[in-house]
Design a protein around this ligand. Structure first.
Ligand SMILES: Nc1ncnc2c1ncn2[C@@H]1O[C@H](COP(=O)(O)OP(=O)(O)OP(=O)(O)O)[C@@H](O)[C@H]1O
Ligand SMILES: [Mg+2]
Length: 588
């Protein structure tokens, strides 16, 4: 679920979000509404023609006259059909346009949000808001708006005609319709609440499915298919139950409307029929009255349907608004126009916690521009956290990190991120070609520079063996790469942006020591003219660094060069000896 801190506005307001979107298509909406009006005007003509035709039956009837009325009726319905077509075409078209705008806005808003948002909110939940809820909102924009306008015009036109035709009869037959509005109010609330619960459950279901599909290997390896199928069935059952609870309300609501409409017809037959018998009403008037009354049937039923659409739409819009109202935690707040960085990093008394106990405690160090810093330390000691902060992926405490003397919070995000090449601990490749993956940060890069960076990270020989070399698709649509291959592609990706600051978070963990050796040789040239931060569990990776930090439970416990640290005979020296021993024993 999206975090509870996001309070829902009162439900009626949810759809206000759509106002700016509707304004954009104001002109089209007005034309569309005009078409609705024209459709209705033409529609009320037909019963009138029928009335005249029937009354003529009692006077002088001939084949020609019948033919005349018949052609009038045909012409009227043809014109009505044309207007109805235009009305749908224009109004439904607008709803598709707004849906397109909304979807784009939602997507770009999602991309602006910080990683912490995605930590709080399951992917499946976000997905269901972006798809299922969006279509519920689209229904408001299309059929919702179209049928509301239509109902309004039809009601106004036909009711005025009914009143003119026969006031008493009109009052009698329209009374039951008044009861409709009472029902609508009661049922509207019910529909809204139940639909909200359905959408919530759908999100849970999507999350469950998405996590199982993504984690299929783990599910299978632990033989948990049955268990998860069971859990899915439970959630699915809950979804069905919730849907059925809506169906029940809807199932009572609809027949109730039909019943009230039926009462109308009873009134017409009883009172109108008597007037015809007494001769105070012509048969033509009676037939026309009946036709007009039946023209109200559909809008009345549609009214219920439209209410349903609006209730669902506002529940869904509320769920989308929660996303729209989430603000990126990390934003550019300073007016600095700094556009280049040298790469001189200072970390001063940095203490940081995600939410609770500090993960980094009083960390201070300095890396002169162009030097290499290595960080070693046990798992969970805060290494990745530290470099995430250097990329400002999380909120950095004031005066904790400085680059070229500026507080990192005052450096424009774009400047910061274009100057950092970051290979995260968990590599992510897109379902695109190898080439597109490497060129991710610089899509315009020349093939030559892409190949160059592939050589440095030593992925080049592997690519030569891929079926379509650089054009090979990876991921779901293509070949599956090994962990080490993915890491090397990620390194090439980072190198290609030619960053001032290069951060490798355990980026060589999945390759063997020989390959590591080759990659390091390749990288050596890259390290000379930029600031590098290397995180590793292997001494072999870090020993050439200008400075090595040993992190332990968020604190720096040792620092110095390889040789200095060996002399200290502390954690680092122990780690070194252990790894040396392993190497000699040939464990690695
Ligand atoms: N996004 C997060 N939200 C909350 N806690 C986190 C988050 N990321 C990491 N932690 C916690 O912070 C601590 C440090 O994690 P971090 O990933 O920085 O360790 P690390 O040194 O990189 O470990 P490893 O060597 O296993 O990669 C851990 O206790 C971890 O549980
Ligand atoms: Mg880590």
């Amino acid at each position: 679920m999206l975090s509870k801190s996001l309070r829902l506005d009162p439900r009626k307001r949810q759809l206000f979000t759509l106002i700016p979107y509707l304004k954009k298509y104001q002109a089209k909406l007005i034309i569309g509404a005009t078409m609705v009006l024209l459709t209705n005007i033409v529609a009320v003509v037909s019963p009138w023609i029928l009335r005249n035709a029937i009354d003529r039956l009692y006077l002088d009837i001939s084949r020609d006259i019948l033919l005349y009325y018949a052609s009038l009726l045909i012409a009227a319905s043809a014109v009505e059909g044309l207007f109805r077509f235009l009305m749908r075409r224009i109004l439904i078209g607008v709803s598709r346009n707004i849906e397109y705008d909304l979807r784009n806005d939602l997507f770009s808003h999602l991309l602006s949000l910080s990683p912490s948002f995605y930590q709080r909110n399951p992917t499946g939940d976000i997905m269901s808001r972006a798809t299922n809820d969006l279509s519920a909102v689209r229904m408001v924009l299309g059929p919702g708006i179209m049928y509301s306008i239509n109902t309004l015009f039809t009601a106004v036109l036909t009711i005025s005609i009914l009143v003119t035709l026969n006031l008493q009869l009109a009052i009698l037959t329209l009374l039951p319709l008044l009861a409709v509005s009472v029902c609508v109010k009661y049922f509207g609330n019910q529909i809204h609440q139940r639909f909200e619960r359905i959408q919530e459950q759908f999100a849970t279901l999507t999350t469950l499915a998405q996590e199982n599909v993504s984690g299929i290997r783990v599910v299978k390896a632990y033989n948990q298919e049955e268990a998860f199928i069971g859990r899915f069935q439970e959630a699915n059952q809950d979804y069905v139950d919730r849907s059925l609870s809506l169906v029940r309300v809807w199932g009572v609501f609809n027949p109730l409307l039909t019943f009230l409409l039926g009462l109308s017809s009873v009134g017409l037959l009883w009172y109108g029929g008597r007037q015809v018998i007494q001769g105070s009403m012509t048969v033509g008037d009676f037939v026309a009255f009946m036709a007009y009354l039946s023209m109200l049937t559909w809008p009345t039923i549609a009214l219920g349907w439209v209410i349903n659409i609006f209730e669902r739409g506002s529940a869904s819009m509320g769920r989308m608004n929660q996303i729209f109202q989430s603000r990126p935690e990390i934003r550019d707040e300073s007016s600095s126009t700094l556009s280049t960085l040298e790469g001189h990093i200072q970390v001063k008394n940095l203490t940081f916690s995600y939410n609770g106990a500090p993960v980094l405690k009083n960390v201070s160090f300095e890396i002169p521009a162009g030097q290499t810093l290595a960080i070693v330390g046990r798992t969970g000691s805060g290494k990745s956290t530290l470099v995430n902060l250097l990329c400002r992926l999380y909120q950095v405490p004031e005066a904790g990190i400085f680059i070229d003397g500026s507080d990192i919070n005052n450096i424009p995000l774009e400047t910061l991120r274009t100057h950092i090449g970051y290979v995260p601990q968990e590599t992510f490749l897109f379902s695109e070609t190898v080439q597109q993956n490497i060129a991710f940060g610089r899509p315009e890069a020349s093939l030559q520079s892409i190949q160059e960076s592939a050589k440095i990270s030593n992925i080049w020989p592997d690519i030569q063996e891929f079926p379509r070399k650089f054009e090979t698709f990876v991921g779901e649509r293509g070949i599956t790469l090994s962990g080490g291959q993915k890491q090397r592609i990620a390194i090439s990706r980072a190198l290609l942006v030619n960053p001032r600051i290069l951060i490798l978070d355990d980026a060589l963990s999945s390759v063997d020591t020989d390959t590591e050796e080759k990659i390091l040789q390749g990288l050596a040239g890259e390290f000379t003219n930029r600031t590098v931060i290397l995180i590793s569990h292997r001494i072999s990776t870090v020993k050439m660094a200008d400075q090595i930090l040993v992190l332990e439970k968020g604190e720096i416990v040792e620092r110095g060069t390889h040789d200095e640290l060996l002399k200290t005979e502390g954690h680092y020296a122990t780690l070194y000896e252990r790894q040396l021993l392993k190497k000699e024993l040939g464990v690695e």
